[in-house]
Design a protein around this ligand. Structure first.
Ligand code: C5P
Length: 224
């Protein structure tokens, strides 16, 4: 496969710092960001809100909606516009995430959103793609594939801080259990399980600052 020079993928479980790294690299390189988890969160949100119970209903809804991915590089957030309604914070809670992870096991749903994810790449701009299967399935042609890891406790603490910043109440013990269950589900599903691509670089971010992680990635990128 011919490598594409301006795509970097970042995969890994929740709370490893994928989003933060994606935006800091995007700023450095002047590229765009794809937060693929947000698309799965959208399916979770829609299924809860519109009471869509079957994969067919969810896919029908997705196919008949106008979906636009929005990246705000200045505020370092991604949002999704669906039929002219912008969703951001509504998607960032553990109820929606758990539903998203449940739906993400369904092959038909994954297939239905491949195109939305691949369309986020524009050869003129370059892309940092953040998710679970960016390096293995969606952008196997990426020039650099990064897989981040961190201990469950560190990840739960980071996720708790993100939720608290958004004014949400967090019970640490419950959050840790939810995160561990979601990662187990993501790693063990039959389609596109969470795993490092064979040619990815592995970085444990437990003891590293974001600056240090960014430096490690940039060192590897410059060697290419
Ligand atoms: O990254 P985030 O926590 O927003 O993702 C929510 C859920 O969406 C994940 O737990 C996972 O089940 C699913 N997901 C996925 N593939 C991706 C991104 C997210 O299956 N590329």
């Amino acid at each position: 496969m011919k490598e594409v020079k301006n795509i970097i993928t970042i995969d890994g479980p929740s709370g490893v710092g994928k989003g933060t790294l994606a935006f800091s690299l995007a700023e450095k390189l002047g590229w765009n960001v794809l937060d693929s988890g947000l698309i799965y969160r959208l399916t979770g949100y829609l299924s809860l809100k519109e009471k869509l119970n079957s994969p067919e209903d969810i896919i029908f809804h997705l196919n008949h909606s106008k979906i636009k991915l929005l990246t705000n590089l200045k505020e370092k957030i991604c949002e999704i516009e669906i039929d002219e309604v912008v969703l951001g914070n509504e998607l960032r809670n553990e109820v929606v995430a758990t539903k998203a992870s449940e739906i993400a096991k369904v092959p038909e749903i994954r297939n239905a959103i491949i195109k939305i994810q691949r369309n986020a790449y524009d050869a003129k701009s370059g892309l940092i793609a953040d998710g679970r299967d960016m390096g293995t399935v969606i952008f196997p042609e990426a020039i650099l594939k990064v897989f981040l890891q961190a201990s469950p406790e560190v990840r739960a603490e980071r996720r708790a801080n993100q939720l608290k910043e958004k004014g949400m109440d967090v019970i640490m013990h419950d959050l840790l259990k939810l995160i561990e269950q979601r990662d187990k589900d993501d790693m063990n599903r039959k389609v596109s399980p969470l795993k490092p691509a064979q040619d990815s670089i592995l970085i444990d971010t437990s003891e590293l600052s974001i600056k240090e992680v960014e430096e490690k990635v940039m060192e590897n990128y410059k060697k290419l």
